[in-house]
Write a protein that binds this ligand. Structure first.
Ligand code: NZQ
Ligand code: ZN
Length: 386
């Protein structure tokens, strides 16, 4: 196990009916907030009413920034920064999933910057100050509710890049699993794919002797598979949803990375190119890339891939190479069974576009820890997605 520092400042309030506490939480730092949300699901499922009622009860004023789209964009962030400055807000309330939270984190950092906040994504600026952020989570996938990361697409340059700062952790995140019953099955499936991919990025980074972390990782993957299967039958199964929701947070709130080497993150890097170029949902893109990446690299750590096949899918095979391959195929079949795409053609991306995707990914290469990938490796992985 490697040395590490673990510090996570986000307070989690978890449970049914807890959204009514948002006003009281916000009151500790803020009187006038920017209320950020997406394209309308919160108006249809009652979450908007719960949030605004609670803010009003505490006399917290709010100005609204709505219409955040999945794969959120820089132009919307800039609109939000201008609005936040004009309205002199002193906090942000993000109501939604990763797209809304990441937009909010970027606005919160951009509020204190005169120059272009995109600089934070290309390593030219490190935010030292940020508006306080409060989250009401409505879709579990990214872990953004309890981490300091944000991912935004620059529409002009087709770069889907991320930044991370200690200042970007939400102060408080309210997780009410019952409000996720309104998610369409494909969004739950996308979430499942994203959650377990976060586990894979960390689990398969080549670090040895991290037994406690491996056990936690495998537990998260098994739990997410079981709960997703239950949610495909009944999206309102509260216990399945609650376990799914907390798994998502645990997968990327830092705990799961302790004692490891920082994670591999190649599948994410390649998927972000798919999202940047074709606007595909992050979880769907990952369901295509992850099994192909596994097929390309498993020989580097065949023992770990065989362990995964055994502990997650119960594959009892003494030949490690065979076990690894069967495990990867089982994962792919499971993605298919919950309605996820597993090939570029499932995403309507033609094979002739592979070079274009490689070119986009090459803005970040080399990446990967288990195996360092160059553009030529990315091309081979994409060929395995056909
Ligand atoms: O816009 P609305 O109408 O709200 O609809 C949303 C959206 O279409 C809908 N939705 C959310 N809650 C709902 C609901 N529909 C019905 N009932 C509800 N309760 O779900 C759709 C997807 O929302 P989005 O926020 O885009 O999903 P997700 O949480 O998966 O976020 C994805 C974004 O986060 C980034 C991804 O790349 C992607 O841009 N990531 C962020 C990370 C981070 N900050 O740590 C790490 C991840 O690896 C990831 O890259
Ligand atoms: Zn992800």
């Amino acid at each position: 196990m490697k040395d590490f520092v673990f510090h996570n400042p986000t307070k989690i309030v978890f449970g049914k009916g807890k959204i009514s506490q948002i006003g009281e939480e916000v009151k500790s730092t803020s009187k006038r907030v920017l209320l950020v949300y997406g394209k309308g699901s919160i108006k249809r499922n009652g979450v908007y009413d719960q949030v605004t009622k609670s803010l009003k009860a505490q006399n917290i004023e709010f100005v609204e920034l709505s219409g955040i789209k999945p794969n959120p964009v820089l132009s919307k962030v800039n609109e939000g920064i201008n609005l936040a400055k004009e309205a002199h807000v002193d906090g942000i309330v993000a109501v939604g999933g990763g797209s809304v939270i990441d937009t909010s984190k970027t606005i919160a950092a951009g509020f204190y910057r005169d120059g272009d906040i995109w600089d934070a994504f290309i390593g030219k600026y490190k935010a030292k100050k940020s508006l306080p952020i409060y989250v009401v989570l409505t879709i579990s996938a990214t872990g953004s509710e309890m981490n300091g990361g944000a991912v935004i697409t620059n529409e002009e340059t087709k770069q889907k890049f991320s930044f991370w700062t200690e200042k970007s952790y939400p102060r408080v995140s309210i997780l009410d699993p019952s409000v996720q019953g309104s998610l369409p099955p494909i969004q739950t499936a996308n979430g499942a794919s994203d959650i377990i991919s976060h586990v894979f990025e960390l689990y398969f980074d080549g670090t040895k002797n991290v037994q406690i972390m491996d056990e936690i990782s495998e537990g998260i993957v098994r739990t997410v598979i079981d709960c997703t299967n239950a949610l495909m039958k009944d999206p309102n199964d509260y216990d399945a949803r609650a376990n799914f929701v907390w798994s998502a947070t645990l997968a990327l709130n830092g705990i799961n990375g302790t004692g490891r080497s920082g994670g591999d993150w190649s599948s994410h890097a390649i998927e972000h190119s798919l999202s940047a170029l074709y606007d595909v949902a992050h979880g769907s893109g990952l369901a295509v890339i992850v099994p192909a990446w596994m097929r390309y690299v498993y020989r580097v750590d065949v023992e770990k891939f065989a362990r995964f096949a055994n502990t997650v899918f119960g594959i009892d095979e003494t030949d490690q190479e065979k076990a690894a391959i069967v495990g990867i195929e089982r994962l792919k079949s499971w993605y298919k069974s919950i309605g996820l795409p597993v090939s570029l053609s499932d995403l309507n991306i033609p094979s002739k576009d592979i070079d274009k995707i490689v070119e986009n990914a090459a803005m970040r290469t080399p990446f990967g820890r288990l195996k360092k990938l160059q553009p030529s490796d990315v091309k081979e992985i994409l060929k395995l997605c056909l």
